[in-house]
Design a protein around this ligand. Structure first.
Ligand code: CIZ
Length: 435
């Protein structure tokens, strides 16, 4: 099976040759360009963007980091030249550098990774290499921040393209969460009830800035991943009357619903509105307050796609990620994190048809890895995570060759005080045990 990038290049070429005939096969033909075109466009327009792909319609806040121009030689190099340069730099660096590749990263980059996994698995994988001077994170910004928080201070965490952010993580910024917290404290007060439960516990998804993880650490809260969200919510309900969950409304809603929380007790907090767009009564009656955030990749999945998969392949096993909307999770056979999806496929003993609701690079890689099964993405349109897509082999070659020359570029550093509080919230997560 060809990589997502190769498929996009072919579709785009066909579109150019045959007019609109291949239109709709990929979410944006602009994906076929080099990501440096967007670095340049951003510099010229003065506004940051996520680039083409699943989050192209999201608004990037001005605080989103921007990538400076990649040196020309890396833009002009052929794929074969970049491959040779990356391999040579990696061999020269040896154990001095460890390369981490997220499940959603393109194949052209993942092939050089020492470890492939989800964000938390990768941060932990880096801990097995305490002697590496550099941790090159081929993921997105919040992942590099988590790796910096957990790694040794002298280790440099490098994000090959600084514009590789996460539009969902950017939907909850520190200032808006602080404002929300102040308004909630005014309504709920700060006194615990007769059972010692405080009015509200903040829970942040791993897909958030280090500043928000630190906010949770400071306010008795905790971090969750898509693998342990249920355990974490149970932990929070033992200590609090309700939860403020950010930034992903869908993970919050799907998890709380599975725990029996009625939808009427899950108001949504829109940071652009007074009281998040709620009245006081609804907030007082709430069990989980959901932040108005979402993942643009997982928002693309819908029930019609599941119905089509069931009609085309009777007996198909539909597995979706819990960042998908509730109706999609309800219509699927099961829902779980990237790790869950991978393990479910690995555990299937008989040849099975799997329709998967998560990012296309990961689905295609699973399909290639398990040829005994039929594995396809529920969304027929090839539309990768646009921010992961900003990392191209050209950027990887550049950061590695700079390391060989003794220079660290694109270092991600989290302030010491922020790290300290973020670690508290991460340690609470690690200590939380399923009920
Ligand atoms: O935590 C991660 O890496 C993401 C984005 C999702 C997951 O389910 O692993």
């Amino acid at each position: 099976m060809s990589s997502v990038n190769t498929a996009i290049q072919l579709i785009t070429r066909e579109q150019a040759e045959k007019g609109a005939s291949a239109a709709g096969s990929t979410c944006s033909s602009a994906l076929a360009k080099g990501p440096w075109d967007y670095d340049l466009a951003e510099a010229l327009a003065g506004v940051p963007a996520y680039g083409p792909g699943a989050s192209s319609a999201d608004v990037a806040p001005p605080s989103t980091p921007r990538q400076g121009q990649l040196p020309e030689e890396y833009k002009l190099a052929s794929d074969a030249e970049l491959d040779a340069r990356i391999r040579a730099a990696k061999a020269t660096l040896g154990d001095r550098a460890v390369i981490l590749g997220h499940f959603y990263q393109r194949d052209e980059v993942v092939q050089y990774a020492d470890f492939v996994g989800d964000s938390f698995q990768l941060a932990n994988a880096a801990l097995t290499r305490p002697d590496a001077e550099a941790i090159v994170f081929c993921g997105v910004h919040f992942m590099a921040e988590t790796a910096d928080t957990l790694s040794k201070p002298e280790q440099a965490v490098i994000l090959p393209n600084l514009a590789a952010g996460c539009s969902m993580a950017d939907m909850a910024d520190e200032e808006s969460v602080e404002e929300c917290w102040e308004q909630l404290e005014e309504i709920f007060g700060t006194e615990p009830d007769a059972d010692g439960r405080v009015p509200v516990i903040p829970v942040t998804y791993m897909n958030s800035s280090a500043a928000l993880k630190a906010f949770c650490g400071k306010h008795g809260g905790i971090v969750c991943t898509s693998s342990n969200a249920k355990t974490v919510l149970e932990w929070a309900f033992e200590r609090g009357q309700r939860v403020l969950f950010f930034p992903d409304q869908h993970l919050g809603r799907n998890t709380a619903k599975a725990l029996g929380v009625p939808l009427e007790q899950m108001p949504m907090w829109n940071p652009r509105k007074e009281l998040g767009g709620n009245d006081e009564e609804a907030l007082l009656d709430s069990r989980v307050i959901l932040w108005h955030g979402f993942c643009s990749v997982h928002k693309r999945f819908n029930v019609a796609q599941i119905e089509k998969a069931r009609a085309d392949f009777p007996g198909v096993n539909v597995i979706v990620h819990p960042e998908c909307p509730m109706e999609v999770v309800d219509a699927a056979d099961s829902a779980g994190s990237t790790d869950f999806i991978q393990k479910a496929i690995a555990a299937a003993e008989e040849p099975t048809v799997f329709a998967i609701g998560t990012e296309i690079n990961m689905v295609n890689r699973l399909a290639a890895q398990y040829p005994q099964h039929t594995i396809f993405c529920l969304d027929p349109v090839i539309c990768p995570c646009s921010t992961m897509y900003r990392i191209h082999p050209g950027y990887l070659a550049w950061v590695l060759e700079e390391l060989v020359a003794g220079r660290v570029v694109n270092r991600i550093t989290v302030d010491d005080a922020v790290q300290q509080n973020a670690r508290i919230a991460l340690e609470r997560m690690l200590a939380a045990k399923p009920q």
